[in-house]
Write a protein that binds this ligand. Sequence first.
Ligand code: ATP
Length: 500
Amino acid sequence: MRKWGKEIAIGFALVFISFLAFIGVNLAPFAIVAVLLVALFLFMNMRGGITVGASNGRNNPSKKPTFLTFDQIGGQDRAKQELIEALDFLVRYEEIRKFGIRPLKGILLTGPPGTGKTLMAKAAAHYTNSVFVAASGSEFVEMYVGVGAGRIRDLFKQARSQALKEKRENAIIFIDEIDVIGGKREGGQQREYDQTLNQLLTEMDGIYSANTPRILLIAATNRKEMLDSALLRPGRFDRHIQVDLPDKKGRKHILELHADNKPLHHEVNLDKVAEESFGFSGAQLESVMNEAAIYAMREDKEFVEQRHLSLAIDKVMLGEKTDREATYEEKRRVAVHELGHAVVAEIVRPNSVSQVALSPRGQALGFVRHQPQQDQYLYTKDFLEKQIMIALGGAAAEEIFYGGRSTGSTNDFEQALNIVQTMMKSGLTNLGIVDVQMVTKEELMKENAAILEELMDKTKRQLEEHIDVFHHSLDLLMNEEILSGEQFRRIFCEHKQLPA
Ligand code: ATP
């Protein structure tokens, strides 16, 4: 009946209006009032739309309840534990009050994109039986001074009113990308940003544990160093929880969670997938599972097989295969470049090459797949130097074969430069233990050039010593377009050039 209430009312109104017109009543004043009412209604709706729709409907739990629990988040055991401990401030508020402990107002989740920060905030809302209101920092960015601040006020107001409406004692407000509005205030032209941040600080200062609904702010960023110190001081976002990329165990757990609704073949080994997806975030792992299922469906298979998962890893890592047709000369240069990486990798880290391929994927025209790495958190100088040599291998090979480089080395150089920076920061260069801010640009450039030149020379020497292996592999790769790790190592053996 409720469902049809609106239609019945409209029907009655139409019949009533027709009757009035029939008996000769002047309808003009009624029409004007009706137009005004409709305009008012639309205006109110639009205003509501700004706050409710501010995060694409994410912040309207009354319409779309979030039932996400911590069990549905893979890995992140330490982060989950820390968050649960912090949430006890909401759950055990009576004890907190008895001890006179000041309420926890803000929790900052920091970490790379796609590691599950939003999931954590949603699970926190479920754990504390709170309403969940979400927004993203970029939604508060406006040209006009004061609009962002108004939206912050609306967000808090909405959280309170929604909690009251749903008769809940707690509300969690989640702000993703807090760095957009919470960046360091440096004066100057940023008045709008400053007002928005000031409003956020004011709202946070107005949170008291004695008042229900109790509000907890959870914010996420992957650039904590950018945040204004006023946000991070005690009494504001004073709990910081690092949400890192998952380790192998975490990756397996995430894969298992996302495999739950997919028909996996009984021979699928998720341990292996977790091993091969080193460095992937939770979002990338979800994508691997999804892409693998798409491959299986396209092939009309009943189950997702290991092969589909391997293809999916390549796709997520390098992009979709493209049908770009390269010229013979271009193809040969790509083969030389990729073999440069592969030969150096096999010399400095025996058995590390898993595949060399010439098939174009994403932006790359070819690629070298390395054997899965162990999760590693500490790197020695020797390890980092070898990593730089592998990155420089492509350009070095092009120089040997063609006497010059191409634009194909841009990403490799970026990678090499990043590693050199890490070495400098860690005191692993001739600059000694320094703060890079204290050293002049010239000194940094000199040291950077010295490291890269020395390693480039070393890389070229290694490649020249293995030139027979190189020629042999190049012919094979040009013919077959794919060289497996085993084939590649056999060539090394035939030329008796396998490193000890
Ligand atoms: P961003 O910083 O880009 O906002 P985020 O850290 O908030 O990213 P989420 O939005 O929480 O990441 O995760 C995106 C998607 O990735 C989730 O919807 C989920 O499918 C998957 N995912 C990420 N981390 C995990 C995890 N730990 N367990 C299960 N799924 C995960």
